[in-house]
Design a protein around this ligand. Structure first.
Ligand code: UD1
Length: 415
């Protein structure tokens, strides 16, 4: 999808079933390379990051077949240790193959990973912790060469990095003794990885808390259903709020979205929570005061740009503080082109609510930034054109059809 044309001003209405989580399925696919066995995964999202990860796995010798949201994998043959650099360069999560291949083979050769450009995204936490566990790490000409299976022991992450926690959990599957990760990330996607690994026979405790412990155990294939995508759900909710719409989302876990829901309620939306569903009814919006991103259970950085787009017409001023990534305001110039009043200074952004937005021609910069541009375009008067809309394909399956189901006037060009 290269270009989107959106005619704004239509309140979104209707019901959507939330897709499986991008950030849960990617580490689980890496785990399938770590463990010899056959796996059946359901609720897999149909998104480009999954396609690229599957192509990487295929290159390593893991076989798979896919029917709709169901994926069957067979990794009984030992995989290669060097993933394709061109593919790995396309997504940040390719770094998780490091832990997976170390566990399986005791060696890995990983090109430095890609993904959205969100300021500096170093790997120091991953690599220092692996070195503390006895893995030899060398970086040469844009590639990481790692040797040796981890020995047991405790490592402390100075920041609860999601990727570092997942990489250590994966590497620990092949460790000589129990590995304890202190200062671990607590995101629901870590719990989903732990549930998958437990189904594979892993002895694992504490996932979802800041201390995760993995002990050696025989591992095998498993059946698993991928967690619903809280970031896709947050995007639809923000789109519903921005357009004054009324949406029902099904097949999700409302508890995982609490910081997003609380803000939408403070902004004047009505949210009804069910066991696995949510209903949002939006009216005139007011500023909720401030939005501060942070590691789970804080407000998710991935929902910052969509929430900003939702609040562009909210009465009053909203102060955003981005604490997770530098450079996560790349969507702001496009929102300004649509008439938004936003000032930024370092990690801060101040949004002054305007009466109306106008359609504009803008260029998408990253996955969630592109979602913010779509939300603003849906709320604006007139037509917008969003180029480089392919960023959306990384994380949103069947995006245009799903938007149309909610009544949006949207056309896509370029696949
Ligand atoms: C994951 C998610 C991403 C989400 C992010 C934060 C996936 C595939 N991606 O990314 O959507 O926005 O969590 O919730 O799950 N850091 C270091 N050194 C490191 C590692 C990280 O300084 O070795 C820093 C990063 O630069 C960033 C912060 O820690 O500022 C958070 O990064 P991390 O939690 O690792 O995010 P990812 O796993 O890359």
């Amino acid at each position: 999808m290269e270009r989107l044309h959106i005619t704004g001003g239509v309140p979104l209405r209707g019901t959507l079933a939330v897709q499986g989580s991008k950030n849960a399925v990617l580490p689980i696919l890496a785990a399938a390379a770590a463990i010899p066995g056959r796996f059946a995964l359901s609720n897999c999202p149909s998104i480009r990051d999954v396609d690229v990860t599957l192509a990487l796995l295929k290159g390593l010798g893991v076989r798979w077949t896919r029917r709709g949201g169901c994926l069957e994998l067979d990794s009984r043959e030992a995989p290669g240790s060097a993933p394709d650099p061109a593919l790995a360069g396309q997504l940040r999560a390719s770094v998780l193959l490091l832990g997976a291949l170390l566990a399986r083979l005791g060696r890995a050769e990983i090109p430095l990973p890609g993904g959205c450009v969100l300021g500096a995204r170093p790997l120091d936490l991953h690599l220092r912790a692996l070195e503390e566990l006895g893995v030899r790490v060398q970086c040469e000409a844009g590639r990481l060469f790692c040797r040796g299976r981890p020995r047991g022991g405790s490592v402390l992450l100075r920041y609860p990095s999601v990727g570092a926690t997942e990489n250590l959990m994966l590497a620990a599957l092949g460790a000589a003794g129990p590995v304890r990760v202190l200062g671990a990330a607590r995101e629901p996607e870590i719990r989903d990885l732990a549930d998958f690994l437990t189904a594979c026979g892993a002895r694992l405790r504490g996932a979802g808390s800041s201390c995760v412990e993995i002990s050696p155990a025989p591992l095998h294939g498993a059946v698993h259903r991928i967690l619903p995508d809280r970031m896709e759900a947050a995007t639809w909710l923000c789109a519903g709020a921005a357009t004054g719409g009324c949406l029902t989302l099904t097949g999700l876990r409302p508890g995982h979205l609490e910081p997003v829901l609380a803000l939408l309620e403070q902004a004047g939306c009505r949210v009804q929570r069910g066991a696995n569903a949510l209903r949002l009814t939006a009216g005139p919006l007011r500023s909720p005061g401030s939005v501060v991103t942070g590691p789970y259970p804080g407000f998710p950085t991935d929902a910052q740009a969509p929430m900003m787009a939702a609040l562009l017409r909210a009465e009053g001023c909203t102060l955003f503080r981005e604490t997770v990534f530098e450079g996560r305001y790349r969507h702001v110039p496009a929102l300004r082109a649509m008439g938004a009043q936003i000032e930024t200074a370092g990690s801060l952004a101040r949004v002054r609510g305007v009466k109306a937005l106008r359609g504009a021609a803008v260029r998408a910069t990253d996955l969630r930034g592109a979602a913010a541009m779509v939300i603003a375009a849906l709320a604006a008067r007139g037509e917008s054109a969003i180029t480089e809309a392919r960023h959306l394909d990384r994380g949103y399956g069947d995006f245009v059809r799903r938007l149309r189901c909610l009544g949006a006037l949207v056309e896509a060009e370029g696949g």
